[in-house]
Design a protein around this ligand. Structure first.
Ligand code: UDP
Length: 290
């Protein structure tokens, strides 16, 4: 596995379905587990509208199966991958103390529900330490170019779409709307380098204390679609042709984090800038044979 090359460590890997409680039980029975980071889940907004049952089943049941195994085997430390979509169309910057607004799709709802389930479980079991990490828009790749994002089929997300256009695999980027109330009319998001995001998990696990904790993992900076395209072109000296098309249903104008809580409480802050994100995404795509 590439992870072993990069980390220069043995990593034990089981390919199981996390909704399969028996398979999960066997692993918990056979190891002394210090903590769980629960990343497993389906994650495409558009697809979740087409396949709500798969999304609710996979994303909710996996969370319940894992936390149940934690309870049974006395594993008290749990880190959960949530998403900025739980904020709904709130006022930017999004801050952890905000009331959550309704989510606009089943994917977001699975994250909001998982957060509520975990919160109720922690309230009833004070020994649990749970950290909920709300991801903003992860992009980039490991700098080795070995691990990165390789979506099945046509990408839904902006950065893999851009890299595939740059590679010539796709003809043109479609920019979804240029009439939002933003700097240039295109949607604004908080892009975060995936290695910063990974380091955020380490910080969350190392600083876990009893109770439920929620952290935004973002940079705190908003970037528009056209700003990202320009940054990518400049960082990699390559053109990304695009057309402006209609807005994508369910998109909001702006989404970026107030990232101060994670810095204050976890001592974690995103370090890698947009140039690094664009270069690393492109290095991975160029190397990727798929
Ligand atoms: N976007 C776009 N063209 C694409 C994919 C995305 O213009 O092919 C825009 C989208 O409308 C949003 C931003 O890029 O403003 C980020 O979208 P993405 O799907 O990557 O992440 P989301 O914020 O929706 O989770």
């Amino acid at each position: 596995m590439k992870i072993m090359d990069i980390a220069d460590k043995e990593v034990t890997f089981y390919e199981i379905d996390v909704t399969d409680s028996q398979a999960v039980d066997i692993i918990f029975r056979n190891y002394k587990i210090d903590g769980v980071i629960h990343f497993a889940g389906l994650k495409a907004v558009g697809e979740s509208v087409e396949k709500p049952l798969e999304y609710y089943y996979n994303n909710i049941v996996s969370t319940m199966v894992l936390i149940k195994a934690c309870k049974k085997y006395g594993v008290n430390r749990f880190v959960f991958s949530s998403s900025a979509t739980v904020y709904g169309d709130n006022k930017v910057p999004f801050v952890e103390t905000m009331d959550l607004l309704p989510t606009t799709n089943p994917y977001g709802e699975t994250k909001a529900m998982s957060e509520r389930i975990l919160t109720d479980i922690v309230n009833a079991n004070p020994a649990f330490s749970v950290s909920i990490l709300r991801y903003f828009n992860p992009v980039g790749a490991h700098k080795s170019g070995q691990i990165g994002e390789a979506p099945n089929g046509i990408p839904n997300n902006l950065m893999p779409f851009i890299t595939q256009v740059a590679k010539g695999k796709l003809e043109k980027l479609r920019v979804f709307g240029d009439d939002y109330p933003t700097v240039d009319g295109t949607g604004v998001r908080d892009y975060i380098h995936v290695v910063d995001l990974a380091e955020g998990h380490v910080a969350a696990l190392e600083n876990l204390t009893a109770g439920i904790h929620v952290y935004n993992l973002g940079t705190g900076k908003g970037t528009s679609v056209l700003e990202l395209v320009k940054a990518f072109e400049e960082a990699n000296d390559i053109e990304v042709p695009y057309d402006i098309v209609a807005r994508r249903p369910g998109d909001i104008a702006s989404c970026y984090a107030d990232a101060s809580k994670a810095e204050q409480e976890l001592g974690w802050k995103a370090k890698r800038n947009l140039v690094a994100m664009c270069r690393d995404s492109w290095r991975f795509e160029k190397n990727f044979k798929g």
